[in-house]
Design a protein around this ligand. Structure first.
Ligand code: SF4
Length: 883
């Protein structure tokens, strides 16, 4: 080992500190949790633990391209600048747009925003944070006068009542969830309420799970405010001193909500359960409400988030230890993007584009020649404008909107006919890159330097520990080089990320004097060395608080013009779309434990694809039965927007009539599984955030004649099929296939004749079952099994056997050892422990998570599977284990 570099995980908004143990050989780099980082204190979830699997130059975009032609950076940027200038000259600055990402570092984000809003003169820069956080931003600004997260992670541990709504934290923010689980284990009197239409892994820790009707969360919190008022469980002193418009809002809530039974019925709950929750909330001074995508991704999300903030304001539970509302962010730098004004309706440093004073302040600071006077296009409107031909040039940075935007097929069609699409990314192939006219290779995690801000306002350094692969460059450098070509060299004279960070800090302090929440005045004079050694710190960082600030608003001072918080009357709405006879099931979408966003990085880790390896739709047992489905059947999911083919999975945690699909799969990894192609572009009218959580769908079983598995050293052409899904597995690629047209051994051998020289073949006389092992120079290069039902194999045994090449073709063709194979579901990705082994440990007397860990090692590394272990401890159904 050479050295340890302290950096930050690039995935979720927890923002865990990572120690990278570097080595001359990049294959021997290791990661571990940073014990000193205040977000995780040494913990990492399974995604963070697998970071070393995702680095290196394989599958990377390494050189600039115009069309299919590899070009120099000068050619690529000259062409980009020329096309941009031509469009502006002919159609004006609003005919160009940037679409950026919460994956960018703050310094990248700052430069992109400055170029568009201060120099190109348009506000058409929006970010994929529009899809996950813009609702929380809008709600904070309406109620607090600023986009401020008042609390910190410690509050979640200090709370006596923790309400988690619209978040499967156990899978989406695993390390914060582990901190909560540890706090509850230490202090079992701490109560946890989970509000979610699904029973997820998060609910395993809950004292009370409110399995509400999808979309009814607004009624729940509106009703809570009315109930708190009626039972005099409010902090009148705080309300009178520090808020406006309470009486009118409380009266409206009371009129809308009716009695407790009415609220309970609207939410699909029984009255007693709802009363218990309301009593707990009323009686518990130290209450924290954590909210995330279930609230944000709604057509009335701003009112829902506002209803949560109201309940905390009415009880004065804000900005105090263990008492606060807490919006938890999805992406590693969603907060950094908000700080630099990455949203089309924001200016840098938490200022507003529709505020003339703010515009003037930023213009003076930047010496900007061309400030826009009105907000730009929000994400959905931006891609509509591309489809309509109004935006003719778009630069997409570090994101994959063809997969992640609602109405994703329309987004793809829009980009396909756009005059110029520039995409900068660190990977070689995404659904969006396939549509780019100009491809720019960007540096990835471990190769670039900068800062990110996590959900609790904590700024941490991401540090480089690898050389830049190929010709890739950090995003800030690419944008800066373009700015120079556009004639703005003086304003973009940055030589390193520290230059940009200092300017960002100076802008936050410029004419601030305590008038704005975002203030880094204590960091404006950081030297390059100070920047290099910057320790994680929570903003605001001012001269009198150089070590940062944990909480806001404990003193009752807000950032509205009169310094008082505002109650904003907003009537909660039901789900924007309702089910009907044609689309009878309500589809929810979200993340799974081991994947990140559109899989561009996590799918490089074979380990992370073992937990769940194919796209799926979860359905309640009753709906499976009504639809005549078995677990694992391939189904077509149809909405008013589009269709997908995925595997049906029985999941008792679903409410009957509802379904769930993951957001991750895309056209690079599966034939037709982009869930966002099903989702309508219906947005919250204030925030512009799309409603991803409630889409009416129908489901039909796909008629198939065969199912197959192909394992090959390199990607092979596939026979005619209805479905495929591919994933890496160390030295191999594994593809699941299914189809309805006849496939024979002879057809396959012809299809793969360029890659394979010798065959071992087993085929039944009717061609229903085919097993092939293909060799090249006496080494196995592919393995194929086709049969009427999905083949069951012991994959780890088979891959090892193929690598060793010491078994006969006949032995290999079986796909499993003659005895002892375990094909049950993988639970612990770190130690490769499957369900059957865990059930066997439970049968042998292991009656706790700790005992299972001691016996099998499951759950003893990153802890991401601990909620699953808890579930298995209470499950009686033992899975089929043998292949
Ligand atoms: Fe990364 Fe996991 Fe920490 Fe999120 S919880 S920052 S994914 S290690």
């Amino acid at each position: 080992m050479n050295a340890v570099v302290r950096t930050t995980c690039p995935y979720c908004g927890v923002g865990c500190g990572v120690n990278v143990h570097t080595d001359i050989d990049p294959n021997r780099i290791q990661v571990s949790g940073d014990q000193q980082h205040p977000a995780n204190f040494g913990r990492l979830c399974v995604k963070g633990s697998a970071l070393a699997d995702t680095i290196g130059s394989k599958q990377r975009l390494l050189h600039p391209h115009i069309g299919e032609q590899r070009v120099s950076w000068d050619q690529a940027l000259d062409e980009t600048a020329t096309r941009l200038q031509n469009v502006i000259r002919e159609y004006g600055p609003d005919a160009v747009a940037f679409y950026v990402s919460g994956q960018l570092l703050t310094e990248d984000y700052y430069v992109a925003n400055k170029l568009m809003k201060g120099f190109i003169g348009s506000a058409n820069i929006d970010t994929n944070s529009r899809l996950c956080m813009s609702t929380a931003v809008a709600a904070h600004k309406r109620v607090f006068g600023s986009d401020t997260v008042p609390g910190c992670y410690e509050d979640l541990e200090l709370a006596d009542l923790l309400v988690i709504t619209g978040s499967n934290m156990a899978w989406t923010h695993p390390v914060v969830y582990q901190r909560i689980a540890a706090a509850k284990a230490e202090r079992p009197s701490m109560k946890i309420v989970v509000i979610d239409p699904r029973r997820t892994a998060t609910a395993e820790l809950a004292d009370l799970h409110l399995q509400i009707t999808p979309g009814s969360d607004g009624y729940l919190f509106d009703g809570l405010l009315a109930w708190l008022v009626m039972h005099l469980a409010i902090d009148t002193d705080f309300i009178l001193k520090h808020t406006d418009d309470f009486v009118a809002t409380a009266r409206s809530s009371r009129q809308r909500s009716g009695d407790l039974l009415t609220v309970a019925e609207r939410c699909g709950l029984d009255e007693q359960t709802l009363r218990t929750f309301y009593h707990w909330f009323a009686d518990t001074e130290r209450t924290v409400t954590v909210f995330s995508q279930g609230i944000n991704q709604s057509a009335s999300g701003v009112d829902k988030a506002g209803a949560i903030l109201h309940c905390h304001l009415a009880t004065g539970r804000i900005g105090k230890p263990g008492a606060t509302p807490f919006s938890i962010t999805g992406q590693p730098n969603a907060m950094g993007g908000r700080e630099v004004g990455g949203l089309a309706n924001q200016l840098a440093a938490h200022m507003d584009i529709d505020n003339a004073e703010h515009r003037d302040l930023v213009r003076r600071f930047w010496q900007a020649p061309a400030m826009p006077t009105r907000p730009g296009l929000k994400a959905v409107n931006l891609f509509d404008a591309i489809a309509d031909g109004k935006v003719k040039f778009v630069w997409i940075m570090a994101t994959n909107p063809v997969v992640s935007m609602p109405d994703a097929d329309k987004v793809r069609a829009a980009l396909a006919q756009c005059e110029t699409v520039v995409v900068s990314d660190c990977v070689a192939d995404t659904d969006t890159l396939r549509l780019a006219h100009i491809r720019l290779p960007a540096a990835g995690w471990g190769e670039k330097d900068g800062t990110v801000t996590n959900s609790e306002r904590r700024i941490s350094r991401q540090r480089a520990f690898l050389p830049l692969p190929g010709e890739s460059l950090p995003d800030w450098k690419i944008i800066t080089d373009l700015a120079h070509r556009l004639g703005y060299a003086e304003a973009f004279a940055y030589t390193c990320p520290a230059d940009i960070f200092r300017e960002h800090a100076e802008l936050s302090a410029f004419d601030n004097n305590g008038s704005r929440d975002f203030d880094l005045s204590g960091l404006t004079s950081l030297s390059n060395t100070d920047y290099d050694s910057l320790v994680p710190v929570q903003w605001p960082i001012r001269e009198h608080s150089p070590d940062g600030t944990s909480r806001f608003f404990g003193n009752g001072h807000f950032f509205t013009s009169n310094r008082r918080a505002r109650f904003i009357d907003g009537a909660p709405q039901p789900a924007a779309q309702q089910c009907d006879a044609n689309f009878p099931l309500m589809l929810n979408s979200g993340r799974i434990r081991d994947q990140w966003h559109t899989m561009t990085r996590t799918a490089r880790s074979a380990r992370l694809l073992q937990h769940i390896s194919e796209p799926f739709i979860e359905l309640h047992d009753k709906d499976m039965s009504v639809l005549g489905l078995n677990h694992g059947d391939l189904v077509q999911v149809l909405s008013r927007q589009g269709s997908c083919i995925v595997r049906a999975q029985e999941q008792s945690g679903q409410t009957p009539g509802t379904a769930f699909m993951p957001i991750h799969w895309n056209d690079v990894f599966a034939s037709r599984a982009r869930v966002d192609s099903l989702i309508a572009p219906i947005c919250d009218p204030v925030s512009g955030q799309p409603a991803f959580k409630q889409t009416p769908v129908s489901i039909d079983k796909v008629a198939l004649r065969w199912h197959a598995i192909l394992i090959s050293r390199e990607a092979l052409p596939l026979p005619d099929n209805r479905y495929w899904c591919r994933r890496p597995a160390d030295n191999w690629e594994v593809v699941s296939l299914a189809g309805d047209l006849t496939v024979s051994a002879a057809m396959l051998k012809k299809l793969w004749q360029d890659q394979v020289t010798d065959w071992a073949e087993l085929e039944d006389s009717y061609g229903h079952t085919v097993r092939l092992v293909g060799y090249r120079h006496a080494m196995p290069v592919c393995w194929f099994a086709l049969q009427p039902e999905p083949p069951r194999i012991d994959e780890s045994w088979l891959l090892e056997a193929l690598d060793r090449n010491d078994l006969s073709a006949l032995q290999l063709a079986r796909g499993a050892p003659s005895s002892g194979a375990d094909c049950s579901a993988l639970v612990c990705s770190c130690h490769q422990v499957r369900e059957a082994k865990i059930f066997s440990a439970i049968a042998d007397g292991c009656d706790s998570v700790e005992r299972i860990g001691a016996c099998t090692r499951a759950g003893t590394n990153c802890g991401s599977c601990i909620p699953d272990l808890r579930r298995l401890l209470t499950t009686n159904t033992v899975p089929e284990a043998l292949c």
